[in-house]
Design a protein around this ligand. Structure first.
Ligand SMILES: C[S@@+](CC[C@H](N)C(=O)[O-])C[C@H]1O[C@@H](n2cnc3c(N)ncnc32)[C@H](O)[C@@H]1O
Length: 308
């Protein structure tokens, strides 16, 4: 999911140098691109997009220390960090792993929203909602319970692909997503009784205890480092017998990592511990792949947890 965010410096000449630098970068002339970006930054020292792009180029050139300097400058020029420079610092080991900047997620998905489904379903072979659907049905069948849910909450609902997969199984869907652009697309589906622009943990915190039979998060907690708050809140909001189903990207090691694509990957042991710490029972945890990246299946887990 390539992001080409650009925020004008307010200086026409600096902006032009940035555009030339981007052309050079795309043509593979990284050294010349870095030179032009440095010139743009001399004209506009708070030029976030130039600092960020310079950081990427320095990193590609193997100049780790210089890349760190540039990413730090991008963070200080834009404290909201819409480019996600702090994530690049995490990847470089310059700062400890921490939460994703909300403004980064919003900017990323707002610009992505109109072409999200075509890119995911076409280019990346996205199958997260279908895998969740199959897993939830299997868990309900094994428990001899009907796979019908009166009230469901779709965390990180995006354009509504998970609600579409579960549409015949759910009476009343609420969608929560950080990105207004994605929520707009979800609204157009007519699948949701309610939609909220909010962080998923905050959105759950605003709900009373025991109000949902099903909570879904399809390909969404890959943007959440610490699963404890979201799984804990989901456990509170579920009714007894309720179901939490989500996908994560995973890896063979321990704990949580930030991958090259700037998404978190959670180990199976970490997922199990998060579910159990919230008082839920892990009913299903299956290795699968929710989508491809560069034509290679991304290693993922499909997780279903039940309450009581
Ligand atoms: C890859 S999309 C998946 C969308 C949808 N669930 C699907 O299966 O197509 C991830 C979505 O999660 C949302 N998101 C990421 N972090 C979030 C958070 N902390 N709270 C709410 N939404 C979040 C993004 O805005 C984006 O729409």
């Amino acid at each position: 999911m390539a992001t080409r965010l650009f925020f004008s410096s307010g200086d026409l000449i600096a902006d032009r140098r940035f555009e030339f630098a981007r052309d050079l970068q795309l043509k593979g002339d990284l050294v010349a691109a870095a030179d032009l970006l440095t010139q743009a930054i001399e004209l506009a020292p708070q030029f976030t997009s130039a600092w960020f792009t310079l950081g990427k180029i320095r990193d590609e050139l193997g100049q780790r220390d210089e890349a760190i300097v540039a990413f730090r400058q991008a963070c200080s020029a834009d404290p909201e960090d819409r480019h996600g420079a702090s994530l690049c610092l995490m990847r470089l080991g310059a700062v400890p792993l921490s939460a994703m900047p909300q403004a980064y997620v919003q900017s990323l998905f707002d610009q992505y929203a109109p072409r999200f489904e075509a890119a995911l379903l076409g280019g990346l072979g996205y199958r997260g909602p279908a895998l969740l659907f199959k897993a939830v049905l299997a868990v309900r069948l094994a428990a001899s319970k009907p796979a019908f849910f009166k009230r469901a909450i779709d965390l990180g609902c995006g354009t509504g692909l998970a609600a579409a997969a579960f549409a015949k199984q759910v009476d009343h869907f609420i969608g929560i997503d950080l990105s207004p652009g994605m929520i707009e697309q979800a609204r157009a589906t007519g699948l949701y009784a309610g939609l909220e622009v909010d962080d998923m943990v905050q959105g759950l915190r605003g709900k009373p205890d025991a109000v949902a039979e099903l909570i879904l998060a399809a390909d969404a907690v890959i943007y959440v480092a610490d699963l404890a708050p979201v799984v804990g809140e989901a456990a509170r909001v579920l009714v007894a017998g309720g179901v939490l189903a989500f996908t994560v990207e995973t890896h063979g090691g321990e704990g949580v990592r930030l991958g090259e694509g700037l998404r978190y990957a959670h180990s199976a042991a970490y997922v199990r511990a998060s579910v159990e710490a919230a008082g839920l029972k892990l009913a299903h945890c299956e290795e699968a792949s929710v989508r491809n990246e560069a034509n290679v299946p991304v290693r993922s887990l499909v997780v279903v947890a039940t309450k009581g």
